[in-house]
Design a protein around this ligand. Structure first.
Ligand SMILES: Cc1cc2nc3c(=O)[nH]c(=O)nc-3n(C[C@H](O)[C@H](O)[C@H](O)COP(=O)(O)OP(=O)(O)OC[C@H]3O[C@@H](n4cnc5c(N)ncnc54)[C@H](O)[C@@H]3O)c2cc1C
Ligand SMILES: NC(=O)c1ccc[n+]([C@@H]2O[C@H](COP(=O)([O-])OP(=O)(O)OC[C@H]3O[C@@H](n4cnc5c(N)ncnc54)[C@H](OP(=O)(O)O)[C@@H]3O)[C@@H](O)[C@H]2O)c1
Length: 523
């Protein structure tokens, strides 16, 4: 998500200022009036920085963990903890990166495994830092927060939507399997805006769960106590706990249940980040098969596993075009390991295991300023390779439904035009009818050298700058680690060269972000 917090547009978009002047004035008046432009993320306490203008150089999802920690090294413990999270501010954990770290620090949030994009690396580092920083905690330790009953349709109390379809968007022969997923919301009170994301509570591969049950000698019908409820074991393994990435606590628990000493030592080593390299990414079944002497008790095993976290997907529809439906663009994550095909929990649940008519727990994660321009006359430039196109389908549907006059420009990229031009018919039709004034395509594998969206930006540098000069909003969605960074570097180059910003290009871009005109939804 946007690492740079947007502040509200206080200067009307049609006031007689250049884009740059307006950005500066917006920043000036926001500071003068004490306006905080960061709307609270759903379910999240708003970030409380002790230093109002505190810079957070580690808050960049393209940096590696070691780089982030080095940048936060001399800061207070909460910030060091923050640097260990994935820096996406995606809200998947129910907080923002900063507020999650603060809640972990005070003890209000005991679960250190909530950062899905950060995975085990983040969880381990949080635990390590908490242990190392413990002496500094002193009196700050708070009791775990008692959550008040939340509204239906939130992360804590998801609503039940009905899956309508999950059909392939790629043609046969593609290396990708991206699905157009449609949910019916008519049995829920959920509402959403273009730019929001949908949180999905998935269920795991039923075959994987069956294999775990077989290995521990259970039928799945056993009723077990879980979070104050009495539930069948199969249901807990399918939808409540994470058996794909067994926690370090689980590894240690399994070690205590190994009858073979060598197996116990290997499990212990795995829990400390060492052990057999081929088991570093093992799921629970891998471990139970690799260590046959382990005989776990069911209550102990369930207690040691992390809770399954929801997965977020950018919403790909406008509710104006599809009342009572929500659409997603989901890339199925599959890979092979130890002769077994592995399936991403959220993506393959939607692509493979959920069936039309199934009810699925979901919630809407409100965006933090990622939305089409409020002023329908303003231009929009959208950079959305791969599944990054999802929110821009929503933006275009929304702008068309609103009759927005501002021109739209989409940059889309994928591997091959013949098989991977997602939403080709709809996009080409938008172009034909003028909803899309400009369309630039970058198919990376249709020729020997790679062509990416940023190459198309460079080819169109003068026109791109002209759009920005007319007040265009600039949006990026998709891969955070490489694409979003390369696109930003290209935008800076264009500002330096075409806009004559030179070395002030970075300050110009910061101003654009502060004015809410540079927004990212990256993951
Ligand atoms: C704000 C936001 C918006 C998003 N929008 C979208 C969207 O519109 N569309 C979309 O498709 N996704 C989107 N995502 C990503 C999505 O939330 C999930 O992360 C994605 O679907 C993968 O989750 P999963 O549960 O299927 O996989 P998981 O079960 O989480 O598995 C993924 C993990 O598997 C492992 N893995 C994957 N491939 C391999 C391999 N080849 N070898 C070894 N290990 C491997 C990695 O450890 C990886 O982290 C978004 C994320 C965020 C935060
Ligand atoms: N955590 C997960 O398991 C998970 C699962 C799914 C997606 N994701 C994230 O979501 C992102 C989107 O995935 P996706 O399948 O929709 O598309 P993608 O992998 O981003 O690919 C879309 C297009 O972008 C190109 N591309 C690669 N590197 C680029 C760069 N540096 N700059 C610009 N374009 C670049 C690709 O080209 P080439 O491939 O030909 O180089 C391809 O043509 C992934 O990259 C990943 O970060 C994560």
């Amino acid at each position: 998500m946007n690492a740079m917090a947007p502040i509200p547009s206080l200067i009307p978009e049609n006031a007689p200022f250049s884009a740059e002047q307006r950005a500066w004035l917006n920043g000036f008046f926001a500071a003068y009036l004490g306006v905080n432009g960061e709307p609270e993320a759903a379910d999240a306490a708003s970030p409380e920085s002790d230093e109002p203008d505190e810079d957070q150089p580690w808050h960049d999802p393209s940096l590696a963990m070691a780089e982030r920690l080095a940048l936060a090294k001399d800061r207070k413990p909460q910030r060091q903890l923050m640097a260990a999270t994935a820096q996406l501010d995606c809200g998947q954990c129910g907080y923002l990166c900063q507020t999650y770290a603060e809640a972990v620090w005070t003890g209000a949030e005991p679960d250190m495994g909530r950062c899905v994009p950060g995975g085990k690396e983040t969880q381990r580092k949080l635990k390590e830092l908490m242990a190392a920083l413990d002496s500094e905690r002193g009196e700050t330790v708070a009791a775990p927060a008692v959550k008040s009953a939340s509204q239906l349709g939130t992360r804590d109390r998801p609503a039940l939507a009905t899956l309508v379809d999950a059909y392939p968007l790629n043609r046969p022969g593609s290396e990708k399997d991206v699905r157009h997923v449609v949910f019916d919301l008519s049995t829920t009170d959920l509402t959403y805006e273009a730019g929001d994301s949908l949180g999905v509570f998935a269920r795991k591969n039923p075959q994987l769960v069956q294999s775990v049950l077989d290995r521990v000698g259970a039928t799945g019908e056993e009723i077990v106590a879980f979070d104050g409820e009495a539930l069948p074991l199969r249901q807990v393994l399918l939808s409540k706990v994470d058996i794909a990435r067994p926690s370090d606590d689980c590894l240690l628990f399994l070690a205590t249940r190994a009858f073979d000493g060598e197996e116990a030592l290997k499990l212990q080593a795995l829990a400390e980040g060492g052990g057999p390299p081929d088991l570093a990414e093992a799921d629970l079944l891998d471990l139970l098969l690799a260590f046959p002497s382990v005989m776990p008790s069911l209550p102990g095993l369930l207690k040691s596993l992390d809770r399954l976290q929801p997965r977020l997907y950018s919403i790909a529809s406008s509710s104006k075009a599809h009342p009572r439906e929500v659409h997603l663009t989901v890339s199925a994550v599959r890979w092979d390991s130890n002769d077994r095909q592995r399936t991403g929990i959220g993506s393959c649940y939607l692509a493979d295991f959920a069936k039309p008519g199934d009810v699925v727990p979901v919630f809407v994660q409100k965006s933090r300023g990622f939305a089409p321009p409020a002023d329908d006359d303003l231009p929009a430039i959208m950079i959305g390779p791969g599944t990054g196109v999802a929110p821009f389908r929503a933006f275009l549907e929304e702008r068309e439904a609103r009759g927005a006059k501002g021109p739209n420009w989409l940059f889309f990229g994928e591997q091959k035009r013949a098989t991977d031009f997602l939403y080709e018919d709809q996009i080409v039709d938008w172009q034909r009818r003028g909803v899309l004034k400009k369309l630039d395509l970058a198919f990376s594998r249709d020729q020997s050298e790679k062509i990416y969206v940023q190459h198309r930006m460079r080819e169109n540098a003068a026109e791109l700058w002209a759009w920005l000069d007319k007040g265009a909003h600039f949006y990026v969605c998709g891969d955070a680690k490489r694409m979003a960074k390369d696109v930003e570097d290209t935008l800076l180059e264009i500002a330096a060269e075409q806009g004559g910003k030179g070395t002030a290009a970075k300050a110009w871009l910061d101003g654009l972000a502060k004015a809410g005109r540079y927004q990212r939804d990256v993951y």
